[in-house]
Design a protein around this ligand. Sequence first.
Ligand SMILES: NC(=O)c1ccc[n+]([C@@H]2O[C@H](COP(=O)([O-])OP(=O)(O)OC[C@H]3O[C@@H](n4cnc5c(N)ncnc54)[C@H](OP(=O)(O)O)[C@@H]3O)[C@@H](O)[C@H]2O)c1
Length: 320
Amino acid sequence: MINKQSRRSFLKTTAGLGMAASLPMPVMSQMSDTAIPLIKRAIPGTTEMLPLVGFGSSAAVMPIMQTGPDVVSELLEVMVNLGASVIDTAPRPLDIDTAFGKVLQDSRWKDKLFVTSKMGRGDDRNNRSITKQQAIAQINQTRRLFNRHPADLIFNDSMLDLDIHWPTLMDLKDKGDARYIGYTMSNTSGHEDMIANMKKYQPDIIAVNYSLVEPDAEQRILPMARDMGIGVIIITPFGGGDFFKRVNNHPLPDWVADFDCTSWAQFNLKYVISEPAVTSIVTETTKAHHFKENILTATGRLPDAQTRRRIKAHFDSLAA
Ligand SMILES: NC(=O)c1ccc[n+]([C@@H]2O[C@H](COP(=O)([O-])OP(=O)(O)OC[C@H]3O[C@@H](n4cnc5c(N)ncnc54)[C@H](OP(=O)(O)O)[C@@H]3O)[C@@H](O)[C@H]2O)c1
């Protein structure tokens, strides 16, 4: 019986077989949250599996000096209890990253996380460029405060001065200080540059914006990543919240039950994670119940190609 089996041994048995995706809802509903197997995807070229939904940490972490660590701790607890692991970070002021680093090192989850970090983008709003040495200082500070050796994944933030910073990232990977390296782009206007860079610098993983509100990445970047064996982490998966402005006053259609979807948030996220090039996504929230809803999107059935077209057509039909 699946619900009597430990989650760990269940996952070991089913990993790579796609069984988590095909469990029927009656079986799923008999299982406690901690026993529901999350759908995972392998980082291309490796056997390392990432759960499909993770945590965009900015909104929870930025006010940590005012809120204290409890909000972030609660979200990480939800995340690891459900079996998710990916958390996206960026260099923040020293006091904030010191406090956040302590939370990340909590023994309840330290070894269960996959933490992304970033380099190459400065604080000056008028000029985000920083030097090679300043970018190295950013990396060293993050690694010291988060105490992750090697770093799981270091991104060049927004492909800023990638020509300058890519050799630094390659060097970190060659020395074993970073397991994976890549770069990010959160604006559709930067997709052409990302396509050019994917041909020039071979990243292990890219991060790109993709959702029903901003679907452009599915035209070229995602197929290209798939062909090139590049992993993809989706950022801004709700368009920074714009998705909800489009759907909030509309009823959720009945047919979403066919792909085990129970909310508008899952309507969008099921669309995003059913794109085969997607390795994982990071959703930003400060609310534990939202985060749980998001993580549980990576359970049950995913929409097939025909249903994906139906989802998109339905979303596009809603008034902007
Ligand atoms: N350059 C880069 O690398 C870059 C740039 C941008 C973003 N990112 C990454 O992408 C992450 C997410 O992007 P984003 O900040 O644009 O946010 P997002 O995830 O696209 O949207 C966040 C918004 O969605 C709401 N939300 C989340 N889950 C919900 C749910 N289940 N039901 C209803 N509302 C929900 C949140 O409100 P509540 O708080 O009320 O839940 C918030 O208003 C960031 O945290 C960051 O890690 C990276």
